[in-house]
Design a protein around this ligand. Structure first.
Ligand SMILES: NC(=O)c1ccc[n+]([C@@H]2O[C@H](COP(=O)([O-])OP(=O)(O)OC[C@H]3O[C@@H](n4cnc5c(N)ncnc54)[C@H](OP(=O)(O)O)[C@@H]3O)[C@@H](O)[C@H]2O)c1
Length: 272
């Protein structure tokens, strides 16, 4: 029997967001696939359950309008998937203030903008789920990704604390922590910071980058994340965190002392 449930997904133009949109549509859900440039996307042609909405997570006006349009069109939002995000790569000293702020505007404040817009609606209905796409880089750290890690660690704290206060309103918060996934993330959605005349990190970068690349190349398909998002959206199990493709290093972070897990990551990425 077709479900009348609706999911709103941010950053659904490519990668995890797009595959998740198709996954939910195949399960019979209404899908509000939101993105910055819907006019460039063919996603709506994949299923008549998918409708595109324009939404830039850094623009509160666009967020509020999209949320109201989705509620107007589908009658409600059962699950919000905060997926939009990108990665700033490079030594911290090479990153400009503007680059750092933009990274937080998208990966942290963007999530807050959309969550804030959806919460009154979910509270009113006394039900809902907020599924935040974090990262394994929100549990451990990767060399040369200091700001990306900072945003994903912030998302962990935000989500976990929100979990307490939203329980009373029957709104469940979930965090998805993917490892490396084969998407546009390492090309189109990666911003590389360099600074003219700054050579002090060149050797470190040349040691780490081939190892990062090898990890990226061995990444899992985005559908494994879509499956976790689906479980987080539908399971009655009161679980907060989902790790679609957990690696030894993520596991180690939870079970061994911090200084040892940092040494493990240092060795894995040749970050001496
Ligand atoms: N790939 C991985 O290995 C990996 C691992 C862990 C976590 N993640 C997380 O997974 C999420 C999705 O990434 P992905 O791997 O699927 O990469 P992706 O294919 O590059 O998708 C990123 C999406 O975010 C959107 N986006 C960026 N800035 C936005 C903004 N201001 N407003 C609305 N949308 C915006 C992009 O839209 P445009 O098309 O408009 O640019 C794109 O749809 C991110 O949060 C990322 O941090 C990825």
């Amino acid at each position: 029997m077709p479900s009348e449930k609706t999911v709103l997904i941010t950053g659904a133009s490519t990668g995890i967001g797009r595959v998740t949109a198709e996954f939910f549509a195949a399960k019979g859900w209404n899908v509000a696939a939101t993105m910055r440039s819907p006019e460039k996307s063919d996603l709506a042609s994949k299923s008549d359950r998918i409708k595109l909405f324009k939404l830039d997570v850094t623009d509160q006006v666009s967020v509020d309008r999209a949320v109201q349009d989705v509620i107007g069109h589908f009658g409600g939002i059962d699950v919000l998937v905060n997926n939009a995000g990108y990665g700033l790569l490079g030594p911290f000293e090479a990153q400009t203030d503007e680059q750092i702020r933009r990274q937080f505007e998208t990966n942290v404040f963007g999530v807050m903008n959309v969550t804030r817009a959806v919460l009154p609606h979910m509270r009113e209905r006394k039900q809902g789920r907020i599924v935040n796409v974090g990262s394994a880089a929100g549990r451990l750290t990767l060399p040369l990704y200091s700001m990306y890690c900072a945003t994903k660690w912030a998302l962990e704290g935000f989500s976990e604390s929100l979990w307490f206060e939203l329980r009373q309103h029957n709104i469940k918060v979930k965090i998805i922590e993917p490892g490396m996934i084969k998407t546009d993330f390492f090309e189109r959605s990666r911003e590389v910071a360099t600074k003219e005349g700054l050579t002090a990190y060149d050797e470190f970068v040349s040691l780490v980058m081939p190892n990062l690349k090898a990890w990226e190349d061995a990444g899992a398909e985005p559908v494994v994340v879509a499956r976790s998002i689906w479980r987080a959206s539908t399971s009655f199990w009161p679980r907060l965190r989902y790790q679609p493709n957990a690696t030894l290093s993520v596991w180690a972070r939870g079970w061994v002392p911090g200084h040892l897990s940092v040494r493990l990551v240092r060795r894995l990425f040749n970050a001496w």
